[in-house]
Ligand binder design. Sequence first.
Ligand code: NAD
Length: 256
Amino acid sequence: MLRGKTALVTGSTSGIGLGMAKALARQDARIVLNGFGDVQGARDEVAALGVEVDYHGADMSRPGEIAELMRFAADRFGRIDILVNNAGIQHVAPVQDFPPEKWDAVMAINLSSAFHTTRLALPAMREANWGRIINVASVHGLVASAEKSAYVAAKHGLVGLTKVVALENATTGVTCNAICPGWVLTPLVQKQVDAKAAANGWSNEEATRRLLGEKEPSMQFTTPEELGELAVFLCSPAAGNVRGVAWNMDGGWAAQ
Ligand code: NAD
């Protein structure tokens, strides 16, 4: 379905980003990966799906490196048709103890990076009159949890940015939407499970059960594969008039 299209997925060396990249690759899109950690492993997983794949290691907290990433992707494959803004980090602390440098990092990576990639991707998408911008927000773009001030503020901001970009391009073939996952068992969440287990003397299983039980009525994690399929739908012709939505896939979290 996406043969001939190029997808850039930020933060795609693990977790949800890698799941999105693989789902788009299964639809024959060329993939540009980004992120830290096991780069070769991610490249191999995507290449095994039979598509062209490349990688740029821009630090998404740095606007200069983001500009280099965008130039690299456009030079390598001609144009970025699908932009998935996924890179994100978490830090957990009450507001009065929240380190200002952590606040700045969460804002830069989880929110400002999407502004920079979007502003740089839009001209070519508008010229082609086709583009898909998918912002991986969170259920925390819709509701709050204690001790996640920067994350909740950034994700609410990302949902707001999504709506503005959707409106500014509403008469074009460029759509912008947000996906809002509940708990997904990725390294980002495993760290929170580990912290709960350590703080309370619980086993990994007990900490996982309590984490889900606090928020997610289905008592099930959403998977990167399920989120990838939602991204594929948003890239499909049927989703051409889906604009500015924040679509949660959260086991009923935000319905409460
Ligand atoms: P993850 O830690 O598995 O992946 C994060 C990715 O971002 C990795 O590829 C990492 O290398 C990359 N990254 C981190 N800092 C970066 C930087 N400065 N520059 C470039 N890349 C950077 O986490 P994940 O759970 O897959 O999270 C992906 C996105 O999904 C995040 O935006 C997160 O907020 C969001 N999300 C996650 C959950 C969840 O339960 N896991 C729920 C809702 C939303």
